[in-house]
Unconditional design. Sequence first.
Length: 270
Amino acid sequence: MGGETAILGRIGDLETRLACTQAEIDAAQAVRFEVFAKEMGAVLPPESMRKGRDMDAFDAVCDHLLVIDRSIVGSSEEQIVGTYRLLRQEVARANDGFYSTSEFAIADMLARHPEKRFLELGRSCVLPKYRTRRTVELLWQGNWAYSLEHGIDAMFGCASMPGVQPEAHALPLSFLYHNCLATGSWAVSARPELYNNMDLMPKEAVDTRSAISAMPPLLKGYLRLGAMVGDGAVIDRAFGTTDVMVVLPISKISDRYLNYYGADASRFAS
């Protein structure tokens, strides 16, 4: 890595692009540590806690999408306010597979689509003052431009809700189960030994507006685009979260968002 990399999107002072130096990846890991460990209380491995970085072996093979605030005085490393980790299928296949396999049984879904190219999204985080719809939109624009560039057919990844008691999220989990469950060739489940039931309330008891309001912004963003979810929630005790698997085939992205983001991804790059 080295040198400049293309801007994938820009809104005001914020822009999104891939990290192009090891120093920028290190800074993204520091942002992740700030959010996951300091804010959310994640219990990370000893080396991560010592260095103040959320890091693992996948960082070396993933691409790192950044949101940068150009209004911050300083280096690009000091301007990083959000990040997303991107892992293409061919890269996963050449290394240690996908991160999500530790929680979800994704192999069957991948095998049903041998002709499609998958992209795993993970480790999404944004610093508190930047948690606006604009920043989420910019991250999505970066994912979209990256997917177009690499011929991606479907995105997937874990979306997290705070806490390790699925019952505390009965309303949104039940809404997802009754309305957004991936079926047919896109069906995917939590690993059997980690499976937690999402069907916690009868469908008629679930108020749609309240359920969506109770979801984290990232998950709402997935659903707006037309995403589906896998069956079964997984408790991640290290990160203190309840995770669901999100699946988003490019062909399922609603037309109004395809029109909005643009088939050539140029809308946000000007």
